[in-house]
Design a protein around this ligand. Structure first.
Ligand code: UDP
Length: 236
């Protein structure tokens, strides 16, 4: 159930299919690593062998970004729906609440993960949030102990990309959680510190336009999309 764009695997599964598959793996005692893929990461991986390997190491590469949908359509693939990092996280929280599994929030500035925890508990009243840790704690022993003592089923890692993905592959073998998802700036959004694009922009896959209007200096990051599409069409 994967497609490949310029050497990077991407899952062609829906939120539900990914969620079912992940919770089945929890029951089978298998660990899972979820990474959100967008054209920017694929292009970066073209020049960075380590990043390339890292992205393909994930069990689930979710198609976060319209660029990937366009490329899939142009190449005759099946990816029709975005699976965004933050919505994947929400879907996992909803299922965890139903099935009595626990989550842990690791990352973002001091206090933010705690605020995100409060918001998540409002949204999912029976969700077990086993603990939080800010992303600026650098003592490895403290990090490991805090996470393992909380012993969650799922950990959301919000250290920014690709730092969070490197952190996940390096720590996964030594930690208790079964599921590891890199979620970038999601805690800032969930806590309410940063606003997400209005629903209309989201619905039409135009979050990039909203961000461009609000933060015009990001344009440089956005010329990557047409470059990616041209390359993906020519590519292998
Ligand atoms: N961050 C962190 N520890 C660090 C550096 C960054 O916890 O050492 C957090 C930062 O506070 C922010 C997130 O990582 O919450 C990065 O968010 P951004 O939107 O830049 O992530 P992206 O998805 O763009 O990589």
């Amino acid at each position: 159930m994967k497609e490949n764009f310029l050497g990077i695997d991407i899952c062609s599964m829906t939120y539900k299919e990914i969620t079912d598959s992940i919770f089945k793996r929890i029951d089978e005692n298998k660990k899972s690593f979820i990474v959100a893929i967008n054209p920017e990461k694929i292009m970066k991986a073209q020049e960075d062998r380590d990043l390339h390997k890292l992205l393909n190491k994930a069990d689930y590469q979710i198609p976060d970004g319209v660029g990937v949908l366009i490329a899939s359509r142009l190449k005759g693939g099946n990816i029709r729906e975005r699976v965004t990092g933050i919505d994947m996280m929400m879907t996992l929280c909803r299922e965890a609440e139903q099935l009595g599994k626990s989550v842990f929030l690791y990352g973002a500035k001091p206090g933010i993960a705690d605020e995100a925890k409060v918001k998540l508990e409002e949204m999912f009243p029976r969700l077990l949030v086993a603990g939080t840790l800010n992303g600026y704690e650098k003592d490895e022993a403290v990090i490991k102990q805090t996470i393992n003592e909380a012993n969650p089923d799922i950990i959301f890692v919000a250290l920014g990309s690709p730092a969070q993905e490197y952190w996940i592959v390096n720590h996964m073998p030594h930690l208790a959680p079964k599921v590891y998802q890199g979620v970038g700036g999601s805690f800032d959004v969930i806590s309410g510190r940063i606003k997400r694009a209005p629903a209309l922009f989201q619905r039409f896959g135009m979050e990039w336009l909203y961000r461009l209007l609000k933060e015009p200096w990001r344009w440089k990051r956005q010329v990557i999309l047409p470059m990616f599409l041209i390359k993906a069409m020519k590519g292998k």
